[in-house]
Write a protein that binds this ligand. Structure first.
Ligand SMILES: NC(=O)c1ccc[n+]([C@@H]2O[C@H](COP(=O)([O-])OP(=O)(O)OC[C@H]3O[C@@H](n4cnc5c(N)ncnc54)[C@H](O)[C@@H]3O)[C@@H](O)[C@H]2O)c1
Length: 254
């Protein structure tokens, strides 16, 4: 098993369609003890249901919008999980209006909310949990092609993903001295709760299916495979990288 004896966190999950859940599930099946995160008590019920009857799962809560919750996350992790071999950051949010109006109309408040939930949350979590990270730990974030291509309706989230990818590189530099690796997985569009906030998602998925070199559909399972590769020692020579899991869509021009 690829993650035998490892312990880590996956932040956060909404339901069984969450990419985070696919990663947590596969990491657990590959031998890891997983602390599964939920944003609040309501979503914690979903997370608890997902792990019911399964061994080597714990649950934690964190809402990245509240600064004081990072310290509370650390306490929960210290008590329930202990030292960490990996952290998966699988969370993003932008107010609905920011994904409906033209990008140019994004307000200061919408920008701050989106950046806090989707970008600051990554390095703030890493800072809070740095003392709990074992040497040679692995950190994985989830990003999207809208970081480098302008994508209709993705708007401020594309700006967030560009900042998230830059944060991955800077974290790789900071944490590399301890052998800690930081990478991102970039799936194509997948139907999840967060993605349903992007209008035109169905068309995006159809367009990728029509254009990508691989005709086999991809989804949560494929994203999880790439993430678990990054969490495992198989990828021990890799840091600061973005790995596309999109049936090859991102390399095709027409
Ligand atoms: N679904 C896609 O098409 C797609 C494609 C590429 C990348 N991604 C990325 O994958 C990651 C997971 O998204 P998903 O599609 O599985 O959707 P999801 O809705 O299942 O997961 C998003 C998670 O973000 C959490 N979150 C949002 N705001 C938060 C906050 N303030 N504090 C704490 N948690 C917060 C939600 O609670 C939720 O669990 C995100 O980073 C997303 O941008 C998704």
């Amino acid at each position: 098993m690829l993650l035998e004896g490892k312990k880590g966190l996956v932040l956060n999950v909404t339901n069984k369609r969450s990419i985070g859940w696919a990663i947590a599930d596969l990491a657990n099946r590959e031998g890891a003890l997983v602390g599964l995160g939920a944003q609040n008590e309501r979503l914690l019920e979903n997370a608890t249901e997902l792990v019911e009857g399964r061994e080597r799962f714990e649950t934690v809560t964190i809402d990245f919008a509240f600064e004081e919750q990072f310290a509370s996350l650390r306490e929960q992790v210290e008590t329930k999980v202990g030292k960490l071999d990996f952290i998966v950051h699988s969370a993003a949010y932008a107010p609905r209006e920011a994904l409906e109006n033209r990008f140019i109309e994004t307000t200061r408040e919408q920008f701050e909310i989106a950046m806090n939930a989707s970008v600051y949350s990554l390095f703030r979590t890493c800072r809070e949990l740095e003392p709990l990270l074992n040497d040679d730990a692995s950190i994985v974030a989830l990003t999207y092609l809208g970081s480098t291509r302008a994508m209709k309706n993705y708007n401020v989230m594309g700006v967030c993903k560009a900042a998230l990818e830059a944060s991955v590189r800077y974290l790789a530099l900071d944490l590399g001295e301890r052998g800690i690796r930081v990478n991102a997985v970039s799936p194509g569009p997948i139907r999840t709760a967060a993605a349903s906030g992007i209008s035109g998602l169905k068309d995006m998925i159809r367009h990728v299916g029509d254009t990508a070199p691989l005709k086999r559909p991809y989804g949560q399972e494929e994203a999880a495979g790439a993430a678990v590769y990054f969490l495992s020692d198989l990828s021990k020579g890799i840091t600061g990288q973005i790995l596309f899991v999109d049936s090859g869509y991102s390399v095709v021009a027409m």
